[in-house]
Design a binder for this molecule. Structure first.
Ligand SMILES: [Fe+2]
Length: 261
């Protein structure tokens, strides 16, 4: 009887450790005393119920994770739509997010980022100017407003406005850094924090190159867009103190090799 008790305890310990074997059922046969059979059957029933509950929890977790993914996609689509609404307010920057995101994605891949990381760069670039949603219509309609100090301060606030709009969407991960830091400069003269060199998040440095290139190669109220080669030369001229020189060189290679599209 002692052997039986020891064996039953060992089986229970294995069940407690998540091993749901069939060892228990050998004690539910006629050759064992009734008390042993009843203990084995009760433990067997308990094991089956616990296992069924575990399965149920796993299925619920799977469903929860699927719903979470769907939620993330829906929210991402929503914020991307909000971001593209800026283009509708400002015809001069129509398509700027998409072009910047396209360049940034290519640069991210060029410097060897994984597809997953490159997607964060892409998302950050798509959303980088979302803080401009907070601008007054005057900023989009009055060409002279760029000279006003007060309006300049408002413009400079857009990275922080953008990151405060998005900050609760923590699944955006490093894309949030892009929104907050895409106007930092290597020499510390950028904003909002005046970060220097490699203190500027890498993904934000990638998007800064793409953003600057698109800004100088498209027509704006205050400039005629430069050609591709002029744009690359301008990037080179400001590499080191404004943009990351290694990223500028990689972007030049990418564009000269594969063109703009
Ligand atoms: Fe910006």
């Amino acid at each position: 009887m002692r052997d039986v008790t020891d064996d039953l305890v060992r089986i229970m310990e294995r069940i407690a450790g998540g091993e749901y074997g069939s060892d228990l059922f050998r004690y539910s046969t006629e050759e064992h005393p009734e008390m042993v059979r009843r203990i084995a059957e009760a433990m067997g029933m308990m094991m089956v119920k616990v296992e069924a509950r575990e399965q149920r929890i796993l299925m619920d977790l799977e469903e929860l994770s699927e719903r979470h993914e769907m939620f993330k996609k829906a929210v991402t689509t929503f914020v991307l739509t909000m971001s593209s609404a800026i283009g509708a307010r400002d015809p001069y920057t129509q398509g700027h997010e998409q072009r910047t995101a396209g360049y940034a994605l290519r640069l991210a891949r060029r410097v060897g980022l994984s597809m997953e990381d490159a997607q964060f760069v892409y998302l950050g670039a798509m959303l980088h100017d979302i803080g401009k949603l907070g601008f007054s219509d005057a900023l989009f309609s009055d060409e002279d407003c760029r000279d006003s100090q007060e309006l300049l301060q408002t413009i400079k606030a857009h990275p922080e406005i953008g990151s405060s709009i998005l900050h609760w969407l923590d699944f955006l991960g490093p894309a949030l850094d892009v929104v907050r830091h895409h106007h930092e400069r290597m020499d510390g003269s950028g904003y909002p924090q005046g970060l220097v060199g490699e203190d500027i998040p890498y993904f934000a440095r990638i998007v800064a190159v793409a953003d600057t290139f698109d800004a100088i190669t498209t027509d704006r109220p205050y400039q005629r867009g430069k050609t591709m080669r002029e744009g690359l030369a301008t990037l080179e001229a400001i590499a080191g103190y404004h943009l990351d020189p290694v990223l500028v060189a990689a972007f030049q290679e990418e564009v000269l090799e594969n063109g703009l599209e």
